[in-house]
Design a protein around this ligand. Structure first.
Ligand SMILES: [Mg+2]
Length: 228
């Protein structure tokens, strides 16, 4: 079986518990501005945020616009008069402080990094992702951190994966494997860059996209056999 010498790894919902981080940051931002912070409003916010990130992947909005617009939309739905940019800034700051990982992720990254260099490749805001990585228990295991805001392009743009390969001096892209939970950003990005991919699909969701991962796993342990 083919094995790989470099692992490129998505962050949110692949190793970091994004749902948890979002919940904590949302509650903190809402409370700071005297706004309702219950689960119903979190669900409204999540829906707005997800739709905007999909629009971002399609190149329809920029990240600075997305960052504020999600709260403009939320405040409009709440019929609340607040400064959306100030709410957004508070949320972003809180998000950078939450480094909760998915169950088993810390041990998996430690195991993988003992065998091959691991580079985290993430679409996100530089200060948020760097803040979380600084606070995370996997910090010592990561060889590089590639963030879309700093690259000036976002997955599925192949420049993200190319930046990651450069970060570890990998000249042969057939040696690299991209691991991620998103078909439209991680798997599509790997396809665009000519790199093999592994879809992290813990819930066993059906692939209804046009993208075809090289491998599909439900548990982290299944990736171990694919590394040198
Ligand atoms: Mg993800």
């Amino acid at each position: 079986m083919k094995t790989y010498g470099v692992l490129l790894c998505d962050a949110d919902d692949t190793i970091f518990d994004f749902r948890r981080a979002e919940e904590v940051a949302f509650q903190e931002a809402m409370r700071a501005f005297g706004l309702p912070d219950g689960p119903d409003w979190l669900a409204v916010y999540s829906g707005i945020n997800l739709a905007l990130w999909k629009a971002f992947e399609r190149g329809e909005v920029t990240q600075p616009v997305l960052r504020v617009r999600r709260f403009e939309s939320l405040l409009a739905r709440m019929d609340a008069q607040r400064d959306a940019a100030a709410v957004a800034a508070r949320y972003t700051q809180a998000l950078g402080c939450c480094a909760a990982m998915l169950p088993g992720a810390q041990e998996a990254v430690r195991r993988w990094s003992a065998r091959v260099p691991v580079v985290v490749v993430t679409n996100g805001i530089g200060s948020v992702q760097r803040g979380r990585m600084e606070r995370s228990p996997i910090r010592a295991y990561i060889r590089g951190l590639i963030i879309s805001e700093e690259v000036g392009a976002a997955k599925p743009d192949p420049r993200m994966i190319e930046a990651a390969l450069r970060a570890v001096g990998c000249a042969d892209r057939s040696r690299a494997l991209m691991l991620g939970d998103s078909l439209t950003s991680d798997i599509a990005g790997a396809e665009a860059a000519g790199v093999d991919s592994c879809w992290f699909n813990p819930s066993g969701a059906k692939n209804e996209s046009v993208h075809r991962p090289t491998y599909e796993i439900r548990r982290y342990e299944q990736l171990d056999a694919l590394l040198d």
